[in-house]
Design a protein around this ligand. Structure first.
Ligand code: 5AD
Ligand code: SF4
Length: 473
């Protein structure tokens, strides 16, 4: 590929897609591709898509319409722009995309993007009959080779870096497309993950977020030849000094084993925040969802985790209006939320996904879904506001990730994952700074830095007088 080409990747959906988008850039970098400022000055535009709900999928097709115009305008200037659809919509609807949007050049799934340079070369070598015609190359295989073995080293330099440790899911929740789009569960070998974490740390990462569709189902091969669970992997990452802060997402309650729960007690680098989707509080609905546990199991698990780490902040996903859900079932969800007390949570209206079991069942009327979502979101927003408010007065070690919106302002995250803002000089970017929280707002915290910035881990970042202070909300 010729040098000086510019790439623009637009990412939809989850953190795994964010990770994949970065790795696509890594795959193309050795072939002369650099980041474009926006789609308008790119030679290759990639939409890295999400298929989880219908809305997410629709967005992709409307964006493709806009990009057709962009492609045509560029052609009028004598410039060829390649257009690619990647990610889960590509995986699920590969041929359909090529047929419905024939101006698309490349369609490839999450498991084949290591072949991107070759695909781009093939598409470039096929000049279009009309300026907006796409090459319509589709690669949605689940190849035997692993992209992780073939991708070049990662070039990102995020302070908080994503690291995919596991992909795919074998749980087959009745509502979910993931097992179809991302395929069966596969865990990366622990040695590869440790090496990647060390490289990320050397490039300036202070925090590593371990990613997987079902991350706590991780069961990779350890350097000792044995199978390692996620708890073991987290301990090894901490022991290797590979990260000052560790998080992981997204977990399934059924895969939360004792070793992982105990890691929350034993590993200070493991941040006291956990995204643990409950989906529903009704045993009937949980059964219909094929979640493999009831509400009581979830509540006991939360108790177990809070014993291990008393200040653990919890986050969750909920679906309202899943087929079969009655008002009484929904009331059970409200009860579960009230009992757990979340620091933050996402909630969605059930969206039928093609090919999933729940999509074929009688559906809950739209008005009932809308009403339940409104009620649940109100409750969750109140819990989040209360959690943030309770942080006021505490000192939290904030990892500074970027400049804030106002000049002189910095933005980062405290241990409990809330966005935190405070005033400070740019040299604090990438540092862990003790911040006295002065205001706990609906969606964020704001406060005042106590010291001029420190190196070292969260505990070391807090001055002696601050250590031991109650940071629990
Ligand atoms: N409809 C609505 N929400 C869904 N999710 C997954 N599939 C669907 C669907 N068909 C939600 C779940 C999951 C989150 C990532 O998206 O809550 O945890
Ligand atoms: Fe989807 Fe998560 Fe269920 Fe797997 S565990 S099927 S990714 S909702």
């Amino acid at each position: 590929m010729s040098s000086g080409k510019r790439l623009f990747v637009k990412t939809y959906g989850c953190q795994m897609n964010v990770y994949d988008s970065g790795r696509m850039a890594d795959a193309l970098a050795p072939h002369g591709w650099r980041a474009a400022g926006g789609p308008g000055d790119a030679d290759l535009v990639v939409l890295n898509t999400c298929h989880i709900r219908e809305k997410a999928t629709e967005k992709v097709f409307s964006e493709l319409g806009r990009l057709r115009r962009l492609k045509t305008e560029a052609a009028a200037d004598g410039r060829r722009v390649l257009l690619a659809v990647a990610g889960c919509v590509a995986q699920a609807e590969g041929e359909e995309i090529a047929a419905r949007a024939p101006w698309v050049d490349l369609v490839f799934g999450p498991q084949t993007y290591h072949r991107l340079p070759e695909m781009v070369a093939r598409a470039s070598a096929a000049p279009p009959a009309r300026p907006w015609d796409g090459a319509r190359l589709v690669d949605t295989e689940f190849p035997v080779e692993s992209k992780f073995d073939l991708l070049p080293e990662e070039a990102g330099s995020a302070v908080s870096a994503f690291l995919t440790v596991q992909e795919g899911c074998d749980k087959f929740c009745a509502f979910c497309v993931v097992p179809y789009t991302r395929g069966a569960e596969v865990s990366r070998p622990a040695a590869d993950i440790l090496a990647e974490a060390r490289r990320l740390a050397a490039r300036g990462a202070r925090e590593i977020v371990l990613l997987g569709q079902n991350v706590n189902a991780y069961h990779g091969e350890g350097p000792d030849g044995r199978e390692w669970g996620l708890g073991r992997l987290i301990r090894a990452l901490a022991d290797a000094g590979a990260a000052e802060r560790i998080r992981y997402t997204t977990s399934h309650p059924r895969d939360m084993d004792d070793d992982l729960a105990d890691a929350h007690r034993d590993v200070p680098q493991l941040m006291p925040w956990l995204h643990l989707p409950a989906q529903s509080g009704s045993d009937r609905v949980l059964r219909a969802m094929n979640r493999g546990h009831d509400a009581d199991f979830y509540l006991r698990l939360v108790e177990r985790l809070r014993e291990a780490r008393p200040d653990l902040a919890l986050s969750s996903d909920f679906i309202v209006g899943h087929p079969g859900e009655t008002d009484a079932d929904f009331a059970e969800t409200v009860r579960l939320v009230a009992r757990v007390g979340y620091a933050q949570a996402y909630s969605f209206k059930y969206s039928p996904r093609p090919g999933t079991p729940a999509a074929a069942r009688p559906q809950v009327p739209e008005e009932a879904k809308a009403e339940r979502l409104r009620a649940l979101q109100q409750l969750l927003a109140a819990q989040q506001a209360a959690f943030n408010k309770a942080c006021e007065g505490a000192v939290q070690p904030v990892l500074v990730e970027r400049a804030g919106k106002r000049p002189g302002q910095l933005a980062g995250r405290g241990p409990y994952m809330q966005a935190a803002h405070f005033d400070g000089p740019p040299r604090l970017l990438g540092e862990i700074v003790p911040v006295r929280i002065e205001a706990g707002l609906a969606n964020s915290l704001s406060g005042r830095a106590l010291a001029g910035g420190t190196a070292g881990d969260a505990a070391a970042a807090a001055p002696a007088s601050v250590e031991g202070e109650d940071v629990r909300p």
